[in-house]
Design a protein around this ligand. Structure first.
Ligand code: URA
Length: 257
């Protein structure tokens, strides 16, 4: 029995008493109001880990989830997509809504809500592109822009290589997509690009699967009004700036391995 890494908590359905629930590592708490971490449900923790929970329940034939180094590419893509979907759904909760009443087929009124304003996605290439389909699944025909930032070999600093953004991006809410929020270097540069095109900080939502406390701290200091939605805040970064315990290189695992 190896010790758990990070904060632990009992997780599981309410029909079990606290003492019967399994203990799992949960997201590190962060103190910024602008950061939303997805609820640490058994479902989310299982998707992130490597458990038999879902295989036993839904008979899907596989039980290796995204943090497990042995997970094969097809499973990695499938389970990442499920988490991306949860992130997009939560991200959409941060958009402005107005009252909107409709009449139902039985002639009654229903006082509901309607989204207000236009949105677009912007993926940070290449890993962020893995989140585009999840956004399209929730928002049909959404406009999606791209930003390519890579390390400049001479200066070792992030450098903007390419961007293609909707012309009217200044009038839109932007869902910025990058699955791994490590130091935040690329995301900070991407936000600078968006701001230079007229998008105010408060209209940007940064969606990611796993964040580091360092990246969140850097970001919150630099962009205090920008909202972050993440599935999990991990323990930290290693000497190569990989998130730990993390899941390795997301782009490699999603696209090539
Ligand atoms: N990018 C990744 O793909 N993984 C990390 O751990 C950090 C950055």
């Amino acid at each position: 029995n190896r010790p758990h890494v990070g904060p632990t908590q009992c997780v599981g359905p309410d029909y079990r008493s606290e003492s019967q629930k399994p203990i799992a590592t949960v997201s590190t708490e962060v103190k910024y109001e602008t950061v939303t971490t997805l609820p640490q449900t058994p479902q989310l923790i299982a998707l992130l880990t490597s458990t038999r929970f879902i295989a036993l329940t839904y008979d899907d034939g596989g039980y290796r989830k995204i943090r497990d180094r042995n997970t094969e590419r097809a499973d990695f893509i499938f389970y990442s997509n499920r988490i991306i979907r949860l992130l997009v759904e939560e991200g959409l909760n941060h958009l402005p809504v107005v009252e909107h009443t409709v009449t139902t087929p039985v002639g009654r009124n229903y006082a509901g809500l309607m989204f207000q304003g236009k949105i677009c996605g912007v993926s940070i290439m290449r890993a962020g592109e893995a989140m585009e389909q999840g956004l399209r699944d929730c928002c049909r025909s959404v406009r999606i822009g791209k930003i390519l930032i890579q390390r400049d070999e001479e200066t070792a600093q992030p450098k903007l290589f390419y961007d293609k953004l909707p012309e009217d991006i200044a009038e839109r809410w932007v869902l910025l997509l990058d699955p791994m929020f490590a130091t935040g270097g690329s995301a900070i540069m991407a936000v600078e690009v968006l701001k230079s095109r007229g998008v105010p900080e408060e209209r940007i939502l940064f969606l990611n699967l796993i964040a580091s406390p360092e990246g969140i701290g850097n970001f919150a200091t630099k962009f205090p009004k920008l909202r972050v939605v993440t599935a999990f805040v991990d323990q930290g970064l290693d000497s190569k700036n990989y998130i730990v315990p993390g899941l390795g290189d997301f782009g490699d695992r999603f696209y090539t391995m």
